[in-house]
Design a protein around this ligand. Structure first.
Ligand code: G3H
Length: 254
């Protein structure tokens, strides 16, 4: 097993938001998710669930593993009342982090003033929780729109800018990550972070984003304060890489 791939697997594990956001998720599914959050190789950074499961996840996990939940998810409507209601539910249930979907269709319709107001209200309502803004880069499509959404999220005070909900055709891509990381670096904000999500399935995928984050933000950013992976299916490959088994998903790339 390649030593670089193992190092990438360790970073990906420490930075993983272990995610379950299926419509049919049950309390038993969330119990199983929380059990998986503590592996023989170390703990994930956070679990990411629907707001209705926050209290359950918080009770099942040590404080060192954060509980994140989604708001205005997955559609990203320009509906601040709905986002604020989600955030209030997450906070009241003891959640640590909010992953909110930016109203990307409104941005594409040039309603940037309304989107900025939405982000500002969301930031105000979610303090002191960590805020990740999902820009849905695959729907925004162009470099200019992805850069604009990233700048708007950072200007509003987002702690992380996140690529995707995982519910659209195009999730995280290296091209979108490059645009977002460039904007994060250019912002000069020393604590702003990047989250790759949507279709990140292998350690080889994660290794590419880790290399991009290191190039843009420096080696000091390769930790859960600055880098996250949001993924429902990545942990299996991380565990197989770290246990030394041949990883079907990752060996091809190394
Ligand atoms: O927020 C994270 C995404 O929903 C996860 O997407 P995924 O199921 O493609 O890993």
């Amino acid at each position: 097993m390649n030593a670089d791939l193992k190092a990438a697997a360790r970073t990906a594990l420490a930075c993983l938001d272990l995610t379950s956001l299926n419509d049919a998720d049950t309390p038993a599914d969330i119990d199983a998710l929380c059990r998986r959050a503590r592996t023989a190789h170390g703990d994930v950074a956070a679990v990411c669930v629907w707001p209705r499961f926050v209290a359950q996840a918080r009770a099942a996990l040590p404080a060192s593993i954060k509980v994140a939940a989604v708001a205005n998810f997955p559609d990203g409507a320009l509906d601040v009342q709905r986002a604020l209601a989600d955030i209030a539910a997450i906070a009241q249930a003891g959640g640590d982090e909010v992953d909110v979907v930016l109203p990307h269709r409104a941005l594409l319709a040039d309603q940037s003033t309304e989107v900025a107001e939405f982000l500002s209200e969301v930031r105000f309502a979610s303090r002191p929780l960590t805020l990740k803004v999902i820009i849905e880069s695959g729907e925004l499509g162009t470099t200019e729109r992805i850069a604009q959404a990233t700048r708007m999220a950072l200007a509003a005070g987002a702690d992380f800018v996140k690529t995707s909900t995982g519910k659209t055709q195009v999730g995280a891509t290296p091209a979108a990550a490059a645009v977002m990381l460039k904007e994060i670096a250019a912002s000069g904000l020393p604590a702003a972070g990047f989250k790759a999500s949507g279709g990140v399935r292998s350690v080889a995928d994660a290794a590419g984003y880790i290399a991009q984050a290191e190039a843009a933000l420096g080696a000091g950013a390769l930790n859960p304060q600055r880098l996250r992976f949001g993924a429902s299916g990545l942990l299996t490959d991380i565990e197989s890489v770290l246990s030394g088994a041949d990883s079907v998903a990752s060996t091809a790339a190394y």
